[in-house]
Ligand binder design. Sequence first.
Ligand code: NI
Length: 180
Amino acid sequence: MALKPIITLPDRRLRLKSEPVAAVDDEVRKLMDDMLETMYDAPGIGLAAIQIAVPKRVMVIDLARREDEQAPADPLFIANPEILWASEEESSYEEGCLSIPDYREEVFRPARIRFGFLDRQGKRQEMEADGLLATCVQHEIDHLNGVLFIDHISRLKRDRVLKKFNKSAKRVGDQPSAAG
Ligand code: NI
């Protein structure tokens, strides 16, 4: 396993639509393991492959260490997810994102979902989720479609966040030694 750098705003790759994997093979499992290690290290509760600059429809989630970093791991490995059903009822969470550091905002999403995916063995699974897991799955699937949680908040708030990240990127670019 290897830690990978997490890309952040205003990196345009965050807006890419990721491609499905043909199968969950050793290469995809290696990607999943790297993503999980990177996510635990951050620390975070969900990570999409595009956040480590890989445009594949792969994501990992683990809510077990949300309150206790020492808690036993309980990871969910997900490839090619699709939402099969979403409740009309919505719930809200104050969301954050490893690609938008130090910013949180309340987001409304369907409270319950059913989704299908390929697991780490490449086996097709269906799961129902509610609460934080439902939010997290929807947040990560959004990433696979180039959508960020700030796309679900008011335009005024979004513009303010984008401006802040564009500014700090410019400051880094001003340094003559900065590469790329
Ligand atoms: Ni995110």
